[in-house]
Design a protein around this ligand. Structure first.
Ligand SMILES: NC(=O)c1ccc[n+]([C@@H]2O[C@H](COP(=O)([O-])OP(=O)(O)OC[C@H]3O[C@@H](n4cnc5c(N)ncnc54)[C@H](OP(=O)(O)O)[C@@H]3O)[C@@H](O)[C@H]2O)c1
Length: 313
């Protein structure tokens, strides 16, 4: 038997329940992973709320697409991106399914080896936000000559986008509430408060102009300021303002897009290596037990401390 967190209906955090499940042995190309740390992301409270479809036949809905743990059983032909997988391997799962669990069956293609120097929590909470951040930086084509404005720079995706842009040598201006400005400085960004007057504050910080913008927030303010400051709409990307991207002609990025999915899969190993070498930092804000998943969702929806929320089974 294994414990998993499922949404028993579509709704708020109150619909989450821990259930006991009997799992079959892994089939061809599958492994059974025992999780040590599981990343919690906004997409999961959105899925539970029915934001991506509320078909009752999908219930109970398993949640979670990332985590880190140990392979405890391997089916035939279980070959991951780094080679054959075997019992005892320490691994990172992304994009998995139903990772909010003590154990889950995962397709081998979603199971990478965990670098030895990377802790469970760091590894289990890196890849969803990291691969998304990589996609944004790559899509707007960040180079050392850029001044990049990142909206939501203190968020899970934003803080990794800041660091990836800095690794390319760009100057980064990041929006955050004041309490997070010192953190932004520590990862190499120039902080700026969001809210009224944002465009003017950014102009003061970047008298030579802003050449690219990445929006991880999705507010009209983030979109409007990006459009005002960046002349070339091909150099503006959002992961949250899908409607505005359609009407205003800039790029919206989502994991459902085949190009994004391919890129995000391709960069998983590189992200793990960067984190293991200490070139990317992904602070852990808070850890929760599986039975506290509902509380994790409640807190993640509100203003919360910088860093990842992690479930520890
Ligand atoms: N399309 C995709 O592929 C994709 C992938 C991953 C995530 N997402 C989405 O991207 C969003 C961010 O995800 P995340 O994991 O980074 O979330 P997160 O860790 O909760 O970060 C949210 C950020 O938003 C900032 N923020 C809150 N209100 C704001 C406002 N009015 N103006 C500007 N910034 C504001 C917060 O800054 P302060 O705390 O400093 O106020 C915080 O940094 C979510 O909606 C998520 O679902 C999309």
């Amino acid at each position: 038997m294994t414990k998993s967190v499922v949404a028993t209906a579509f709704g708020g955090p109150e619909v989450l329940e821990v259930v006991d499940e009997e799992l079959p042995a892994p089939g061809p190309g599958e492994v059974l992973v025992e999780f040590k740390a599981i990343g919690v992301n906004p997409v999961e409270y959105k899925q539970a709320a029915g934001a991506f479809g509320a078909d009752p036949s999908a219930l109970p809905l398993r949640l979670g697409s990332e985590g880190a743990g140990i392979v405890v059983a391997a089916g035939p032909d279980a070959v991951g991106p780094d080679g054959p997988l075997a019992v005892g391997d320490e691994v990172v799962v992304y994009r998995g399914s139903g990772t909010y669990a003590e154990r889950a069956l995962e397709p081998a293609g979603s199971v990478l080896r965990k670098p030895a120097g990377l802790g469970w929590e760091q590894a289990g909470g890196l890849l969803l936000t990291g691969a998304t951040a990589y996609d944004t930086v790559e899509t707007v084509g960040v180079t050392k000559d850029d001044v990049v404005l990142i909206h939501g720079a203190s968020g899970g995706v934003g803080l990794l986008a800041v660091q990836l842009a800095r690794l390319r040598g760009a100057t980064v201006i990041g929006t955050a509430r004041e309490t997070n400005h010192e953190f932004l400085r520590s990862i190499g960004a120039i902080p700026v408060a969001y809210g009224d007057g944002l465009a003017d504050r950014v102009r003061e910080l970047a008298p030579g102009g802003v050449t690219a913008a990445i929006d991880t927030v999705g507010t009209d303010e983030a979109v409007d300021v990006s459009l005002q400051l960046v002349g070339d709409r091909a150099r503006i990307a959002t992961i949250a303002a899908f409607e505005r991207a359609g009407t205003d002609g800039f790029t919206a990025l989502g994991g459902g897009n085949p190009d994004s999915a391919a890129l995000r899969d391709r960069v998983r190993g590189e992200l793990l290596d960067l984190a293991a070498r200490g070139e990317l930092t992904n602070p852990i804000a808070k850890t929760f037990g599986l039975s506290e998943a509902a509380r994790a969702h409640t807190e993640l929806k509100q203003p919360h401390p910088v860093g990842k929320f992690i479930l520890i089974p």
